[in-house]
Design a protein around this ligand. Structure first.
Ligand SMILES: Nc1ncnc2c1ncn2[C@@H]1O[C@H](COP(=O)(O)OP(=O)(O)OP(=O)(O)O)[C@@H](O)[C@H]1O
Length: 300
């Protein structure tokens, strides 16, 4: 495991923060922490990084106790609302970041070239950051986070402030990093991001983990089929797969939860000369689960 926590709790004078979080993150996975504003996501990352001292409980990062100074060099962190040094060029920002990591100068120069390609800023590195768009600023922030080639990356709301194009660019970088074998811990409140990039998700509500699982476990999304050219035989046979199937116009609509039955349904449709008009997963399942879990009330 790359991250393990045991009943980890951080409170501020008994309030806010998060409590009793026990979870583990495997090497190479994208693990997303999903929660409303104020749920405790940033406090959790900051506690894992050793910036905040836990109130109780503990954990391991890259097999070392939280706060271990040597581990910090192997971790990349893109904080929420990263403060950019607007007067520097992208290149200068990356270079200074490398010096902070105590990398040697030749290595920094070599790594900057790689990082500029990964974050898609090659050709823009000598512009001042004040001339960068929001998306470019977020990508140079990501560049800083990956400069030391860390095994583990913490990204705190990396796409919240971006337009759809900027979001896609950041998402593509996350995929690239995942393909390189990095482990990524992502904080977000954007459900669409979670659906697209995560292997596993935890839903955090007022500091408490309410759900955790793979996307498939959490979404367990039924599949909707619409079938026409009906006769009594086909309806009776399809009822075995979904006893609650409904007639809608001249077609039937039915739901199944298990992909394994799809070939059997296909055989039944073909045998009875039915016509398959639609087959799709039910949408917004994660949104429904999220709202059910955290409620529609205001943040705390
Ligand atoms: N330094 C602090 N002192 C006191 N309370 C704090 C401190 N930092 C966070 N909190 C409180 O802890 C709770 C969790 O805050 P946190 O910033 O971790 O939430 P979040 O899920 O990251 O939200 P957001 O998406 O708005 O950043 C909030 O109630 C917040 O007010």
């Amino acid at each position: 495991m790359v991250i393990e926590t045991y009943n980890l709790t951080k409170k501020f004078n008994g309030k806010g923060g998060f409590e009793n979080i026990s979870l583990s993150v495997k090497e190479g996975e994208v693990f997303s922490f999903l929660g409303k504003n104020g749920a405790g996501k940033s406090t959790f990352i900051r506690t894992l990084l050793g910036i905040l001292y836990p109130t109780s409980g503990g954990g391991l990062i890259l097999k070392k106790p939280l706060g271990d100074v040597n581990v910090r060099k192997k971790i990349g962190y893109l904080p929420e609302l990263f403060q950019y040094h607007n007067w520097l060029t992208g290149y200068e920002l990356l270079f200074n970041h490398g010096l902070l990591y105590k990398m040697d100068k030749e290595n920094i120069k070599k790594r900057i070239e790689e990082v500029l390609n990964i974050v898609g800023l090659k050709g823009h590195e000598h512009k001042k950051i004040k001339e960068y768009s929001k998306g470019m600023k977020q990508r140079i922030g990501l560049g800083c986070a990956i400069l030391s080639d860390p095994k583990l990356l913490f990204l705190d709301e990396p796409t919240s402030a971006l337009d759809p194009v900027g979001r896609k660019q950041v998402r593509d970088i996350i995929f690239k990093l995942k393909n390189e074998g990095k482990t990524i811990f992502l904080n977000t409140h954007l459900l669409s991001e979670v659906e697209l990039v995560s292997d596993r998700v935890a839903i955090l509500d007022k500091g408490i983990v309410k759900e955790v699982g793979t996307m498939r476990e959490l979404m367990n999304s039924p599949i909707l089929l619409s079938i026409g050219n009906l006769n009594e035989n086909i309806i009776n046979e399809l009822k075995k797969f979904d006893p609650t199937l409904k007639k809608v116009g001249d077609k039937i609509e039915m739901y199944v939860n298990d992909d394994e039955v799809l070939p059997k349904i296909a055989q039944c449709v073909i045998k009875n000369e039915g016509l398959l008009y639609m087959m799709k997963r039910k949408e917004n399942v994660l949104e429904e689960l999220f709202i059910k879990t955290v409620g529609e009330g205001d943040e705390r």
